[in-house]
Design a protein around this ligand. Structure first.
Ligand code: DC
Length: 243
């Protein structure tokens, strides 16, 4: 998928309903966070990348030297340093993530060490419960584009617009590599392919809220589409479904 076409803030053709919710789910590297962010900017509404919240918990667990498999220990660290997402129009993604009073930097959240354990964290049912509550609270703040794995199926099951964004493994791997390179991290393609396939398998096969296509979701394959093309498709769907 080509670039997002800059920080364009176009007038939206969509009349924004006060409770418009656009749920975007999909596997790692499908482009959902880039698309969701660009879409939210285009529509002038809130954006939340829920993956950042699972990554925040993973980062806290690593910092405390805990075993990611131990749900009780993970929950204890969440209670000691609650994950808090603060909406902030001046932040690059429109929100900041805190653990207690401490802001977590996106370079840390996106790091390979965090990526390596985050699926284990996201498989814990009580961790999910706590984060889903927070995600629903944020959705009450206004019209929102929310990206994740279970947004259309669990977090916002009544969202009028549900998208399942997918792409070939090759396309997803090369996007992840470009993303890491731009952050100064060089990881071989074959290693990224293995990591992405492992993460897909964990996300699709976990017992609680696995990655799945909600029955009323619209599937978009972004392999050969630019960000602008995907955003235009979703905008048209939102116009059609939520007007
Ligand atoms: O989208 P991402 O790669 O930043 O997601 C990080 C991890 O969190 C990934 O393993 C999937 C999981 N996740 C989830 O289970 N549910 C969500 N709503 C968002 C992310």
């Amino acid at each position: 998928m080509a670039g997002a076409g800059g920080e364009r803030r176009e007038a939206s053709a969509v009349v924004i309903a006060p409770h418009l919710q656009i749920a975007i789910d999909g596997p790692a590297g499908s482009g959902k966070t880039t698309v969701a962010h660009a879409l939210a900017q285009r529509l002038g509404i809130l954006y939340l990348d829920t993956g950042a919240m699972y990554r925040a918990v993973a980062s806290e667990v690593l910092a405390a030297g805990l075993d990611a498999d131990n749900e009780a220990a993970v929950l204890r660290i969440c209670a000691m340093h609650p994950i808090d997402v603060r909406l902030d129009a001046n932040a690059p993604m429109g929100f900041r993530v805190f653990a207690g009073a401490r802001e977590l930097q996106s370079a840390m959240l996106q790091s390979n060490t965090v990526s390596a354990v985050v699926s284990t964290i996201a498989a814990h049912p009580h961790v999910r419960e706590a984060l889903v509550l927070e995600q629903r609270r944020i959705a009450l703040c206004g019209p929102v584009v929310m990206a994740g794995r279970d947004i259309g199926s669990v977090v916002l099951p009544d969202a009028p617009v549900k998208i399942y964004l997918t792409a070939t493994v090759e396309a997803r791997v090369s996007r992840r590599r470009a993303q890491l390179l731009s952050a100064g991290v060089d990881v071989a393609l074959h290693q990224l392919a293995r990591e992405i396939e492992e993460r897909d398998s964990l996300d699709e096969n976990r017992a609680v809220s696995p990655l799945q296509i909600a029955p009323d979701a619209h599937v978009i394959d972004s392999s050969l589409l630019s960000v602008d093309e995907v955003v235009a498709r979703i905008t048209a769907l939102a116009h059609h479904l939520a007007a």
